[in-house]
Design a protein around this ligand. Structure first.
Ligand code: HEC
Length: 157
């Protein structure tokens, strides 16, 4: 008789624990689902105007983008480069992660000197892009920093 009660007790405990586990997983499932949905489509109010989804993303980008870098990029680089696509030169997405800063300062102002110095990465890129030469520039470090900052933000979005 005692054994029977013990078994019933164990059975009840198992049922309780499973019910609890199911509740916890359901809760986790729904909260993850909801979070995903809110990431996909957000609404908010900017300048007293309600805006949704992509518009918010654009607003965010315009707030954090480096305006000087954007202007310099458009004036001097856009003819040959885009961030996400190959144009005359390579897509510049994540170039800041790909190359060291010191190299970028040298290469952007005087790519032909870097290629002539025999730098293996530069030579390989030069050959890959049909020996097309980049113009020489005379930017200050601060100007190059702005351009790289602009490229970095555009790469992330
Ligand atoms: C006349 C076309 C042209 C212009 C203008 C130009 N580039 Fe380039 N760029 C190239 C080409 C072509 C390459 C590939 C290497 C080579 O052939 O010299 C390149 C390569 C690069 C690279 C190396 C990319 C990598 O994947 O490692 C960087 C960084 C770069 N350019 C930045 C710039 C910046 C910043 C500007 C504007 C200030 C600029 N370029 C303007 C044509 C151009």
């Amino acid at each position: 008789m005692k054994r029977k009660y013990q078994l019933i007790l164990i059975f009840k405990m198992i049922t309780l624990i499973s019910a609890f586990a199911i509740m916890v997983s359901l809760f986790a499932f729904y909260s993850i689902k909801e979070k995903k949905q809110s990431e996909q489509f957000v609404c908010g109010v900017v300048d007293e105007r309600p805006i949704c989804g992509n518009a918010i993303r654009q607003m965010k980008i315009s707030l954090i983008i480096n305006k000087t870098g954007q202007r310099l990029f458009q004036d001097s680089c856009r003819a040959c480069h885009s961030i996400h696509d190959v144009v005359v030169g390579p897509a510049l997405k994540d170039v800041v992660k790909r190359r060291p800063k010191k190299w970028l300062y040298k290469f952007i102002n005087n790519s032909s000197a870097v290629i002539k110095s025999g730098d293996p990465y530069a030579v390989e890129l030069f050959n890959k892009f049909g020996k097309a030469e980049m113009k020489n520039f005379n930017f200050t470090k601060a100007e190059i920093d702005s351009i790289l900052d602009y490229i970095k933000v555009e790469s992330d979005y």
